[in-house]
Ligand binder design. Structure first.
Ligand code: GRF
Length: 203
């Protein structure tokens, strides 16, 4: 079993897709241990509550204080992996280093194009002929960490911004849960092999 924490501040459609994927029989051994949010009024909160997933809500009076609180809570939940899914705060370098290589993000453009806010609108307005998503590890930069997966589609002549947005979200909901599931499986397998080694006799 491996444990996931999801950080989200918005609608929570990705959160719901991840939670639903992890409740499938083949993925049930992994758990979402908590949702971390900076907005108690966000729709994602009710999506967690209806699935009985604990919610850690932090007020960002200062980033340092909020992150201290998050770290304290994560000490309780001990996640193996953190998935950002529309968390509208930039994590400090200290926080990223603490959980280094264990934080993922999903971004609604083909990075490095259109990092930062409003990536779908930016991609559409720029007239990009290929649009898509990027799932990547989080590093110290803005949407700049090592890429795990990108998926794209070709723009069609009748694509409106709303249509493009729907297509991007569809890709997100299909691939983010799969990538997370695979990483949780890998973490679990590695832990099991370490456990097995402890019981292997040397003689
Ligand atoms: C997604 O488009 C994701 O790529 C971005 O934030 C959005 C979150 O949407 N990082 P939702 O709250 O999961 O619906």
């Amino acid at each position: 079993m491996a444990k996931l924490a999801v950080f989200a501040s918005g609608t929570g459609s990705n959160f719901a897709a991840i939670a639903d994927f992890l409740s499938r029989p083949e993925a049930q051994r992994h758990t979402i241990v908590c949702l971390v949010t900076d907005r108690l009024d966000a729709k994602v909160v009710s999506k967690a509550a209806s699935r009985n997933i604990p919610v850690v809500a932090v007020r960002y009076i200062s980033r340092a204080a909020a992150e201290d609180l998050i770290i304290q809570e994560l000490e309780k939940y001990q996640p193996d992996l953190i998935a950002l899914a529309g968390f509208m705060r930039i994590l400090s370098t200290d926080f990223v280093d603490r959980y280094s290589t264990r934080i993922l993000n999903i971004h609604p453009s083909l990075l490095p194009r259109h990092a930062g806010l409003n990536a779908i609108q930016q991609s559409y307005a720029a007239g990009d002929q290929e649009l898509g998503i990027t799932i990547h590890y989080v590093d110290h930069g803005l949407d700049s960490g090592p890429v795990l997966l990108q998926r794209c589609f070709a723009r069609t002549s009748d694509d409106t911004e709303a249509k493009v947005e729907r297509r991007i979200h569809k890709l997100e909901h299909e691939y983010y849960p799969q990538v997370i599931h695979k990483l949780l499986d890998d973490i679990d397998a590695e832990r099991n092999s370490l456990d097995a080694k402890q019981f292997t006799r040397e003689d």
